[in-house]
Design a protein around this ligand. Structure first.
Ligand code: OVV
Length: 408
């Protein structure tokens, strides 16, 4: 049997349209709206010959495949490579790239470490940091929103919350770029991200060690689970690695995209200024409208059927979460950014047993930043083009020149 990008090349199932497209083309990754619409239009699934995979983007079917962990497993990798056939680039994640029962133990440790109560204790520090960063940007004048805000904020507050002694913005962001690009094919994006590995990976691994973490952070609560005998010391280190893998580029994308949405929808920003308590729903709508993780794969672990389509064991299915979040059959006026929508059930944070375990932290960070902006900023102006940074799994900005004016 032939392998394509490290997985079995199964035949085109009956009644599935063949679509000759490269969803990992940088031009599509940078401007994906038409691709999402066509993916939904073509049917519940399409077959993409370049990668010998299925893809889905309608809300219901995407949700079904994404959450049915018994049929559509994560243990064979959530990118194009099938871990049962090829060895991944790094030891596999012991929370993302596993199924129950292995998943249950690590998931429990991580949800406890990032419980609502644990995250409540971080909120004051998050708000103080957000208020002072926004004050500083107001003083500074025009700024580069990706570097000076979207990357700066999470790489300041998150490593601090984890308990790292020192942050390193570039290495943290570039490690995220490796982890997420690694989920795609072996294209130039993946290769360029991976080239930074020799500098970054040893640094990341070192930060995950117990001796390099403060005793009062999220990292320490994970190591406390090792002291209790719930997990091993080595597993604790691997779970800290998961924090650093999944917790930076995602929130960097969320902040950048939220700013972009507000800058390009001034009427929505007016609503936020009038009622800063809309910070949270504004973030949820940003997640729906410009989902940071545009897609993850699942692998069929048996011959099965979804929406009347036969799916063979070993089939990789690209679940395009961002397309599902824009499905007009599920979301009325799906292409409208409306901070009062309250888009309950969007798939940007996944759904089911693998749903984002750090979502309380992500929400706390975004709420802090957006409420600081709502209280302090009068106008947000794009002073040049917003440019996207293509990534095989993340939708994020590369550069966005902005200027704020202060409320009087
Ligand atoms: C890209 C990603 C998402 C979620 C978890 C992880 C990675 C991990 O390394 O555990």
């Amino acid at each position: 049997m032939d392998l394509v990008e490290g997985h079995l090349a199964r035949e085109v199932p009956e009644n599935v349209p063949v679509w000759d497209i490269d969803p990992y083309d940088p031009a599509i990754l940078s401007d994906p709206t038409d691709y999402y619409a066509e993916l939904r239009r073509l049917g519940p699934f399409v077959y993409i010959p370049k990668y010998a995979m299925l893809a889905c983007g309608r809300f219901e079917v995407t949700k079904t495949v994404f959450s049915d962990w018994e049929r559509f497993v994560s243990s064979r990798g959530v990118g194009l490579q099938d871990f049962s056939l090829e060895t991944p680039w790094r030891p596999h994640s012991i929370i993302l790239e596993v199924d129950p029962p292995d998943h249950t133990k690590t998931r429990t440790v991580m949800s406890r470490a990032m419980s609502p109560r644990a995250v409540n204790n971080l909120k004051e520090a998050f708000q103080t940091a957000a208020d002072s960063l926004i004050d500083q940007l107001l003083e500074q004048g025009p700024f580069e929103a990706v570097e000076d805000l979207a990357e700066t904020y999470p790489t300041t507050v998150f490593p601090e919350a984890v308990g790292l002694h020192k942050s390193d913005r570039r290495r943290l962001v570039d490690y995220g770029a490796m982890v997420f690009n690694a989920l795609g094919p072996d294209n130039a994006l993946r290769q360029q991200a991976m080239a930074k590995g020799p500098d970054i990976v040893p640094w990341i691994t070192e930060q995950c060690e117990r001796k390099n973490l403060r005793t009062d952070g999220i990292g320490a609560s994970i190591y406390a689970a090792a002291d209790n005998g719930d997990i091993t010391e080595a597993e604790a280190g691997m779970l800290v690695r998961s924090l650093l893998s999944a917790g930076v580029d995602t929130t960097v994308s969320g902040i950048g995209s939220a700013l972009w949405c507000l800058a390009t929808h001034p009427e929505e920003f007016e609503k936020l200024k009038e009622d800063p308590s809309l910070a949270r729903p504004a973030f949820e709508e940003t997640l729906r409208y410009t989902s940071p993780v545009h897609s993850f794969c699942r692998t069929a672990n048996l011959d099965t059927e979804v929406a009347g389509i036969s799916i063979a064991e070993g089939t990789k299915i690209l679940c395009v979460l961002a397309a599902a979040n824009l499905d007009e059959d599920h979301w009325p006026n799906a292409d409208r950014f409306d901070i009062e929508r309250r888009p309950v059930g969007h798939l940007a944070l996944g759904t089911g047993i693998h749903g984002c375990v750090g979502q309380n932290i992500a929400r706390a960070e975004l709420e802090a930043v957006l409420s600081a902006i709502a209280r302090k900023v009068e106008t947000i102006t794009l002073t040049g083009d917003a440019i996207w940074r293509p990534n095989n799994a993340i939708h994020a900005l590369d550069r966005m020149p902005l200027s704020f004016t202060a409320k009087s």
